[in-house]
Design a protein around this ligand. Structure first.
Ligand SMILES: Nc1ncnc2c1ncn2[C@@H]1O[C@H](COP(=O)(O)OP(=O)(O)OP(=O)(O)O)[C@@H](O)[C@H]1O
Ligand SMILES: [Mg+2]
Length: 330
């Protein structure tokens, strides 16, 4: 692998889910409808970077994460893993990719089998991938539990998920992902179910693991404060599209897109007078089935112009490394 080659490259990625038509639409031969969950997005994730995706519920963050892990197949577009065509992987190559790329979910309670003890939960991926003998696996489980700071491990291995706190459960889910020594992790809202006080601990753990395991993350969150804390670069999604992309700091401190600005003005601050340049947002998210013709944010945008109704803006670089899809900056 070339060192400048991104770990993940997504090019014009699309995922459309068919909407089940009513029989009457079929008889009348109405055109098939699709939910455009991910609608033509292009991005790179570089080695050791924490690339964030943020946006309101339903904008396509999880679908993007699952598609780049080949957990769901894209409708179209290209995907590369360290320069290799990821969509061509099958058989042993795909199995090896399933070891090298892991996912951590929002709700550790749902992602951990309640009937298994912590030892079996963390060991299971090794058994599935036929890694190590019994003793080697024991050693690996103890080491990874220490790495996620469940210490001493013997205090945890015999317990079941319901006997742990929320933060401890998320540590188990992280250990289960880390035991395979992956290179790339999709973390899908990994702290949004946790108490404020535990969030920083888990975020700091993920930063520590990035350094120890030389990891690259796709970090999905709807919380921009979390994104600013942990992400190096950040993409803002709306109805399946990337509307803004740049360093997390710039996107949050100097946002261009009216949508990003609206999201930022929705972050609670201790002093409401601090909200400089606040931009409101109109109405509800438009349906991802009937996407407007021009800019898809147009119906909700307080800065909308005539052109926005007609022409979809392209993502363009407006300052170094900072991209925005908005006619205001064309
Ligand atoms: N398997 C599926 N079949 C049909 N539609 C789906 C499927 N999965 C997701 N969708 C739709 O695709 C769109 C994007 O969903 P997705 O879960 O990716 O959003 P999200 O940004 O992760 O939202 P949240 O913040 O609520 O997790 C939504 O409209 C959702 O209803
Ligand atoms: Mg989601």
């Amino acid at each position: 692998m070339n060192s400048s080659e991104p770990v993940i490259r997504a090019v014009n990625l699309k995922k459309y889910f068919p909407v089940r038509g009513r029989i009457f639409d079929v008889i009348r031969r109405r055109p098939k409808l699709y939910v455009r969950a991910v609608d033509d997005i292009t991005f790179d994730i570089y080695e050791r970077e924490i690339f964030g995706l943020a946006g309101e519920s339903g904008c396509g963050k999880t679908t993007t994460g699952k598609t780049i892990l080949r957990l769901i197949e894209p409708t179209s577009g290209k995907l590369f893993f360290k320069g290799d065509d990821l969509l061509k992987y099958d058989g042993s190559k795909l199995k090896e990719f399933r070891r090298r790329a892991q996912i951590i979910f929002q709700d550790p309670y749902e992602s951990l089998n309640p009937r298994m003890n912590i030892y079996s939960i963390v060991e299971e991926p090794l058994r599935i991938h036929k890694i190590g003998d019994k003793n080697e696996r024991l050693e690996m489980v103890f080491k990874v539990l220490e790495d996620v700071e469940l210490k001493p491990p013997e205090n945890f291995i015999y317990r079941r998920p319901h006997e742990l706190s929320g933060g401890q459960r998320q540590r188990v889910a992280i250990a289960r992902a880390m035991i395979l020594n992956p290179e790339f992790i999709v973390a899908d809202e990994p702290v949004s179910m946790l108490d404020m006080s535990i969030r920083a601990e888990i975020l700091n753990l993920m930063l520590k693991l990035r350094d120890e395991y030389k990891l690259t993350y796709l970090f999905i969150t709807h919380d921009l404060a979390v994104a600013k804390y942990i992400c190096s670069r950040l993409g803002i999604m709306y109805l399946g599209k990337l509307l803004e992309l740049g360093s997390a700091e710039k996107v949050i401190d100097e946002p261009y897109h009216p949508y990003t600005r609206a999201l930022i003005s929705a972050i609670p601050t201790p002093d409401p007078r601090e909200k400089i340049g606040e931009i409101p947002i109109k109405g509800e998210v438009t349906s991802p089935i009937n996407v407007p013709k021009g800019c898809r944010f147009y119906p909700r945008c307080v800065r909308a112009m005539d052109i926005c109704k007609e022409k979809e803006p392209k993502l363009m670089e407006v300052s170094k490394g900072h991209f925005v899809a908005c006619h205001l900056y064309a």
